[in-house]
Design a binder for this molecule. Structure first.
Ligand SMILES: [Zn+2]
Length: 142
């Protein structure tokens, strides 16, 4: 239910696993095993796990603020785009040469820094999407 929130936490550089499947017991076990805070919109699930945070709103802006404020997270811009938004693992810097032909030519020409996800091989760079994302986070005023 909170896939978009998880994606945004990853964009901001936080380790946010997302349980795409699994019943409540499995989700709780996973959260315990990996020592995670369980973010959920499910009041019952939230009441069953001590280290959980009930996300009681549907707006993304509200959800991000709730997580950051409730968990006392320090937002560090240095961490933006340090993690694959799909796989939730840290990306690795690659040479510009390596990115050649693997990213759109306009991106190749206008950027010098590129990162790759070791898992899905997506390549990231700080283009327009990065600027938009930064502005979105800054507008939250956290
Ligand atoms: Zn990936």
């Amino acid at each position: 239910m909170l896939g978009t929130l998880a994606k945004w936490l990853r964009i901001m550089g936080y380790d946010a696993a997302y349980a795409e499947k699994g019943n409540d017991n499995e989700i709780i076990e996973l959260a315990e095993r990996e020592d995670r805070v369980l973010l959920t919109r499910d009041r019952e699930l939230s009441s069953r796990y001590k280290n959980s945070l009930l996300i009681d709103g549907t707006e993304l802006e509200y959800q991000i603020k709730k997580v950051v404020n409730s968990l006392g997270i320090d937002i560090d811009r240095k961490n933006y785009l340090s993690r694959c938004t799909v796989c939730n693992i840290p990306v690795k810097k690659i040479s510009k040469e390596y990115a050649k032909g693997k990213v759109p030519s306009h991106a190749y020409e206008s950027h010098d820094e590129f990162w790759i996800c070791p898992n899905c091989k997506r390549i990231y760079w700080k283009g327009t999407h990065y600027e938009n994302m930064k502005q979105f986070i800054e507008r939250l005023g956290l």
